[in-house]
Design a protein around this ligand. Structure first.
Ligand code: ADE
Length: 224
C-alpha cells in the first residue's frame, strides 16, 4: 500500500511513522508513506498557500492551485483508489471504514488547515471526507496520523500475530474482553480462575461473555 499525505506541516506528522508498528511496517516494505509539503507547489515568492475568503469573514482558506498541482502530479504517476480530505464535517472514522481502506492500494490524504480548503477542491478532487471525531483540531495532520495508524496496523503482516487485529475491540462490533498477565496473584488481586484452566473452549466462552457484558455496560449503542 502507498499513502501520499499532502500537508502544510509535514514536521507535525512525521514522528508517528518513525517508531513502533508504523515504522516496522514501513521498514518491512508493507506500506510506503510519502509527505508532500504544499508550499513546494506554490509559484509565488512567499510560498503562500492560503488566502482570505471571498465574502469576508475570519480565517484563511487553503487555495486551490497548489493542491491541484500536487494532486495532478501524483495522479500523473499512478492511479489512486481514494483522495481523502481530513475535516471535522466528514464521515466519522470507525473500524469498518479502517478495514475497507486497508484493502486499498494507493490513497492520497489531504490535510486541511485554517478554515479549510477552497470548496472547489472538495468538489473536484476529493472522493472521501473523514473526521476522527466531533471536535475541531488545528489541522488535519493529527487526524491523518490517527487514520494511518488504524489502516496500517490492519495490513496483513504488519502485526506480529496475524490474528491479533481480529480480536481488537470493535472488530466484531463488541468491546474487547479484559486481559491479564503474570503474576496470577498480585497482593491478593487474582486473575480469574478460568484463564488458568487451560480449557480453551471455556476460556473462549468466558471472553465472549465478558465482551458482551462490557459492551452492554459501557457502549450499549454498539448493540442496537
Ligand atoms: N481537522 C480538524 N478537525 C478535524 C477532525 N475532527 N477530524 C479530521 N480532521 C480534522
Amino acid at each position: 500500500m502507498r499513502i501520499d499525505i499532502i500537508t502544510v506541516l509535514p514536521e507535525l506528522l512525521k514522528s508517528p511513522f518513525e517508531a513502533s508498528i508504523l515504522k516496522r511496517a514501513i521498514d518491512k516494505g508493507l506500506v510506503e508513506v510519502h509527505f508532500h509539503n504544499l508550499r513546494d507547489y506554490t509559484d509565488n515568492k512567499y510560498r503562500q498557500v492560503d488566502d482570505y475568503q471571498f465574502g469576508g469573514g475570519a480565517g484563511m482558506v487553503l487555495m486551490i492551485a497548489p493542491i491541484d498541482k500536487c494532486i495532478s502530479k501524483l495522479k500523473g504517476e499512478r492511479s489512486y483508489d481514494a483522495v481523502i480530505y481530513m475535516t471535522p464535517d466528514g464521515e466519522t472514522l470507525d473500524q469498518k471504514m479502517a478495514n475497507n481502506l486497508s484493502l486499498q492500494k494507493n490513497i492520497i490524504i489531504l490535510c486541511g488547515h485554517y478554515k479549510g480548503v477552497d470548496q472547489r477542491v472538495r468538489d473536484a478532487y476529493v472522493t472521501k471526507e473523514i473526521s476522527i471525531g466531533d471536535y475541531v483540531l488545528s489541522g488535519g495532520e493529527l487526524g491523518a496520523a490517527v487514520l494511518c495508524d488504524t489502516i496500517i496496523r490492519l495490513i496483513p503482516g504488519v502485526l506480529g500475530d496475524e490474528t491479533s487485529a481480529l480480536t481488537d475491540t470493535f472488530q466484531d462490533g463488541l468491546l474487547a474482553p479484559p486481559v491479564y498477565t503474570r503474576p496470577a496473584d498480585y497482593d491478593g488481586m487474582k486473575v480469574p480462575d478460568v484463564l488458568l484452566t487451560g480449557n480453551f473452549g471455556k476460556i473462549e466462552q468466558w471472553r465472549e461473555d465478558k465482551a458482551h457484558k462490557r459492551t452492554e455496560k459501557l457502549r450499549p449503542d454498539l448493540l442496537e
